[in-house]
Design a protein around this ligand. Structure first.
Ligand SMILES: Cc1ncc(COP(=O)(O)O)c(C=O)c1O
Length: 345
């Protein structure tokens, strides 16, 4: 089945642009496992510098970045503190328990942005019976929190509590550059608060594949060992790393356009009878809405939208998510909002 013409399912559905493909075709390559791929090396150096860290490693996916980071930080039986909506808890096939052999402790917050007090309360006493609280992990922007941005002050409070308690601080930066562009807080400022963090290339940045995990030299050495062990070490990976270099040079500032488009889409659909926006504010590129008052469920609305060549994801019985990205323009979003109006009429 071909993808619908207006695909708002996810920013992971972006396709490499002709210029990105050109950069990929012309990439200098070598054996990545031997550190001989100049394009991968360039990408890793760029990301390490951008995130204020000593080193970085190129990974096939963001999921692998999270899981390997947890594997490095944890011993079996340790505990990772995250929001209950966090991707590693809900969408990584049980990775924390399977890969890091750690358990998760879920905090409940409105937008996926929990507080330092919540972390403090969740930290286990040091005793033989308790798991060891080992990592605090935050998501920036929050996915199920509607693309909300973690304010830097909140990050500093949470990571300070982590440090005071001998824990590592990790950031899932699947959409970190969206947070950077919208908040004006630099990636370096965000990055230096963490022991490990990563950014995804295959979401709003528009690459076909890949994430880059950053941390200290020692952390990255250890991450490399697990990457090798799990079969994530590559060969002439410069072909795909070149897309990442291109995206960091050309696709960051334009994320502001996606955010503006998402806000316009929010305003448009908020006028449709039966459609209720789930979050008060649309900060970045994710728009969540509820369709219960239309008398239809989300799967039905999603199915009917396909007849208009529009794809929007059903994220729960009545919850839907539309994501703006570089392959949808303002006119298409207006068309999608009109399609939604027709479907629910
Ligand atoms: C917040 C968050 N973290 C991690 C991931 C995993 O990234 P990947 O699809 O590159 O494995 C996603 C993907 O949707 C995500 O939204």
């Amino acid at each position: 089945m071909a993808a619908p013409r207006i695909d708002l399912y996810s920013d992971t559905h972006t396709k490499p642009t002709p210029a990105m493909r050109q950069a990929m075709a012309e990439a200098e390559v070598g054996d990545e496992q031997q550190f001989e791929d100049p394009t991968v090396n360039k990408l890793c150096a760029m990301v390490a510098e951008l995130l204020g860290q000593e080193a970085a490693v190129f990974m096939p996916s963001g999921t692998m970045c999270n899981q390997i980071a947890f594997r490095v930080h944890c011993e079996p039986g340790d505990e990772i503190i995250l929001d209950y909506t966090a991707h590693p808890i809900n969408a990584e096939s049980g990775g924390p328990s399977a890969v890091a052999m750690a358990q998760t402790r879920a905090l409940h917050s409105d937008l996926g942005i929990f507080t330092a007090d919540q972390v403090r309360e969740a930290i286990r006493p040091t005793r033989r019976h308790s798991p060891r609280s080992r990592v605090v992990s935050i998501e920036n922007t929050t996915n199920a929190g509607g693309g909300a941005i973690w304010p830097i002050e909140d990050i500093i409070s949470v990571t300070t509590v982590a440090r005071e308690n001998g824990m590592a601080a990790h950031m899932d930066g699947a959409r970190l550059m969206n947070a950077v562009v919208e908040s004006g807080t630099s990636a370096t400022e965000y990055g230096r608060q963490f022991d490990s963090l990563w950014l995804d290339l295959s979401k709003g940045l528009g690459c076909p594949v890949g994430g880059v995990l950053a941390g200290s030299d020692d952390f990255i050495d250890r991450a490399w060992r697990f990457k090798q062990q799990m079969g994530g070490a590559m060969r002439q990976a410069g072909i795909i790393a070149a897309a990442g270099v291109y995206a960091l040079e050309h696709h960051v500032e334009r994320l502001a356009e996606d955010h503006e488009n998402a806000r316009t889409f929010c305003r448009d659909i908020a006028q449709i009878p039966g459609i209720k926006l789930i979050f008060d504010r649309c900060q970045t590129n994710l728009v969540f809405f509820d369709v219960s008052e239309t008398g239809m469920d989300a799967a039905e609305v999603a199915e009917k939208l396909l007849a208009y060549e529009v794809r929007i994801g059903a994220m729960g019985p009545h919850r839907m998510r539309a994501v703006t990205h570089l392959d949808v323009n303002r006119a298409q979003l207006t068309e999608a909002a009109e399609a939604l109006r027709s479907v629910v009429a």
